[in-house]
Design a protein around this ligand. Structure first.
Ligand code: B12
Ligand code: SF4
Ligand code: SF4
Length: 308
């Protein structure tokens, strides 16, 4: 391993993160892997054609970084966030799963990568690719039966971030796709999934049935979605909470009274973000809740689906 590569990976670990590097040519392998899954009929147009999902991924960075040599994949640990507040006399707890409040995680990975690479006169650029495939192929992670990736000792509560860099990689590693050995005798995620979108007979979940797909969309929830399935403001925690690999010391961040009752009244009734007071908007922005191209009525719908 080159000194610069070691220094980068060590610095990531010193900050609680983990990373791996592979040669840039594996962008073609990522593209091919996705094409294979598409051919098998596992990828629905809902994901393939949406820029916030797979249509946002790129496999040619020759223009933004013509001298790119390697890809870096980084896992940044993330807590479960709980918003606690009183609404209409009742104490409410609103869960935001790992990865949704992402600015600090993305900035941490970027700062470390830029700082360490600059020391060797290298640079890096954030890129959008299918992160899980890279994480697993590089040896950083393994798939769980629930299709989410896991890192030994970290569980699945982390956000994946990737970079292209002009730093060459010496220890190029591109391994077979692996499922966690622990999954072979476990079906906890499968049994806990309210939508039954984890399919024991195929390796890719039915993403178009996942609760996350519905609450990340502005479209009304279909009748097939049970009103008692909702558990998070965005996404869903069921398959990760049930997983024995997530039982050890995962942090929870509790935010007490992020909004006053007066702010909540406006948040739940306003027609548009522009009608909200500045303080409410700033809180929503800090939680990254305005970053998902969701109109305010969709955020209101999500809140109301989990308030007691
Ligand atoms: C589209 C997408 C979704 C779609 C899912 C579409 C689908 N069918 O998977 C929806 C909106 C439903 C979704 C939901 C969630 N997502 Co999402 N999502 C993405 C996104 C944008 C692309 C993922 C994707 O479709 N990749 C392409 C598919 C083909 O790859 P794959 O899922 O890795 O599938 C591979 C395996 O199945 C594998 N395979 C092949 N052979 C074999 C053999 C074995 C034995 C096994 C096990 C596997 C296997 O085949 C495929 C690759 O060839 C990424 C961000 C990104 N740019 O990567 C985030 C991302 C994957 N999501 C993430 C998260 C956290 C979630 C949620 C947990 C959110 C939540 N609820 O809180 C849920 C989890 C749902 C689940 N159980 O997977 C994280 C995952 C972090 C982690 N620890 O792995 C990512 C990486 C975002 C990030 N930056 O961190 N997501
Ligand atoms: S996130 Fe929820 S709906 Fe999606 S696979 Fe996991 S348990 Fe099922
Ligand atoms: S719940 Fe069990 S089967 Fe599912 S990912 Fe975790 S260990 Fe694997």
């Amino acid at each position: 391993m080159m000194a610069n590569e070691t220094a980068l990976l060590t610095e990531l670990e010193n900050n609680g993160c983990k990373g791996k590097l592979v040669a840039i040519r594996h962008l073609d392998d990522l593209r091919a892997e996705l094409a294979k899954q598409n051919q098998a009929g596992f990828l629905k147009s809902e994901f393939l054609n949406d820029p916030s999902y797979l249509a946002g991924c790129q496999y040619d960075y020759s223009e933004i970084m013509p001298n790119a040599e390697s890809l870096i994949i980084v896992a940044v640990p993330q807590p479960i966030t709980k918003l606690r507040f009183t609404w209409q006399g009742k104490q409410q707890t609103v869960v935001i799963p790992p990865t949704y409040i992402y600015s600090a995680a993305d900035n941490l990975a970027t700062e470390i990568a830029e700082r360490e690479l600059t020391k060797g006169n290298f640079s890096c650029k954030r890129i959008k690719i299918p992160y899980k495939i890279l994480a697993v192929r590089s040896g950083l992670a393994q798939y769980g039966r629930n299709n989410i990736t896991y890192i030994h000792g970290m569980g699945s509560y982390y956000r994946l971030v990737a970079f292209a860099t002009d730093m060459p990689v010496i220890s190029d590693n591109w391994q077979e796709i692996e499922m966690m050995p622990e999954c072979s005798s476990c079906r906890a995620c499968l049994n806990s999934c309210p939508t039954k979108c984890i399919d024991p007979d195929r390796s890719v979940i039915h993403g178009e049935k996942c609760l996350t797909y519905f609450n990340e969309s502005a479209k009304p929830f279909p009748d097939s979605v049970g009103s008692n399935w909702h558990n998070s403001l965005l996404g869903c925690m069921k398959c990760q909470l049930a997983c024995p690999q997530n039982k050890t010391g995962n942090p929870i961040v509790e935010i007490e009274n992020p909004f006053t009752e007066q702010e909540l009244a406006m948040l739940f009734t306003a027609n548009d973000y522009s009608e909200l007071p500045e303080t409410t908007l700033v809180t929503l922005q800090k939680l990254n809740l305005t970053d998902y191209d969701l109109p305010l009525p969709a955020i209101q719908r999500n809140f109301k689906s989990i308030l007691v």
